[in-house]
Write a protein of this length. Structure first.
Length: 238
C-alpha cells in the first residue's frame, strides 16, 4: 500500500503546514508488545494527510513503512539505540547502522555518550559522534544524523559545551531531549543551543511539546525540527 499526498489540497493554513513539516512524529502503539499493521497504516496515512515531515518507525516496521510512504515526502527516522538510554557502546551503534539503512531509514536519532560527557571526556564524546556520522555517510550520503544531548541533565554551560561538540563532530541536528528524561525542552534550551552553534547545526526541540503555541514559539527561537508525540493535538491548536 502506498499513500499519495496532494500538497495543494490540505485544507490547512501555511502556519500549520510549516509546523507540520518541522515535526518528527513519535507515535506509539496501543500495546507496545503487540504492535499492529493497522496502527502502522493509520500513522502513515495521517502523516501524509497532515503534511508531517518525518515519522519515527522502529526497525521491525521499517520496510513496511518505506513501501507505504514512498513518493509521499514523509521521511522515516529511526532510533539507533531504542532501549539503552545512552549506554550503548560505539561498536554496537556502528553495527546497527547498515541494517537500519538497508531497511529504509532516512534519518537516525542517537544519543551522545552521557557517561563520558559527565566525566568530562569531551574528546571521546566528539570522536564517537564523528565516527557514527562518518559511517552513516559511507552507507548513505544523505543520511541525516541527530544527536540527543538530554538538556535536563546539564547546567547551561554544559548544554552549550555539548552543542559545540555535536556540531564539531558533523551531526546534522542537536536534539534536546528524549522525552523520557528529567524534563522536556524549554525555550531557554533552544536559546542556549542557538548561542552555541548559531545556524551551523540544526536544532531539534523535543520533549513535552503539547500545543501549537509552544511549537511555533520554539521554531521562532531557532528550532528547525520539533520532536512531538502528540502531533495531531499540536497541529489542531496552531
Amino acid at each position: 500500500m502506498e499513500y499519495v499526498s496532494d500538497k495543494h489540497d490540505t485544507g490547512v493554513n501555511m502556519d500549520t503546514l510549516q509546523v507540520a513539516r518541522a515535526i518528527d512524529w513519535t507515535p506509539s502503539f496501543r500495546n507496545q508488545l503487540l504492535p499492529s499493521d493497522e496502527e502502522l497504516d493509520q500513522w502513515c496515512r495521517t502523516a501524509v494527510e497532515r503534511g508531517i515531515g518525518q515519522l519515527l518507525i522502529n526497525p521491525m516496521f521499517l520496510e513496511k513503512a518505506k513501501n507505504r510512504l514512498r513518493n509521499t515526502g514523509v521521511k522515516i527516522f529511526c532510533p539507533l539505540e531504542p532501549a539503552t538510554m545512552g549506554q550503548g557502546t560505539l561498536l554496537v551503534k556502528l553495527a546497527m547502522l547498515p541494517e537500519l539503512v538497508r531497511l529504509g531509514a532516512e534519518e537516525i536519532d542517537t544519543l551522545m555518550n552521557f557517561y563520558a560527557f559527565q566525566e568530562e571526556r569531551y574528546d571521546q564524546v566528539e570522536s564517537e559522534i564523528q565516527q557514527i556520522v562518518m559511517h552513516a555517510r559511507k552507507l548513505k550520503k544523505d543520511l541525516v544524523v541527530k544527536v540527543i544531548i538530554e538538556t535536563g541533565l546539564w547546567s547551561e554551560s554544559q548544554i552549550k559545551e555539548a552543542a559545540k561538540i555535536v556540531s564539531r563532530a558533523g551531526a546534522d541536528y542537536i536534539k534536546t531531549c528524549l522525552g523520557t528524561g528529567p524534563r522536556g525542552v524549554t525555550e531557554r534550551d533552544v536559546e542556549l543551543l542557538q548561542e552555541a552553534v548559531g545556524d551551523r547545526t540544526g536544532i531539534k526541540a523535543s520533549g513535552g511539546i503539547r500545543n501549537g503555541t509552544q511549537a511555533v514559539r520554539l521554531l521562532e527561537l531557532g528550532a528547525t525540527r520539533l520532536g512531538i508525540s502528540q502531533a495531531i493535538q499540536v497541529l489542531d491548536s496552531v
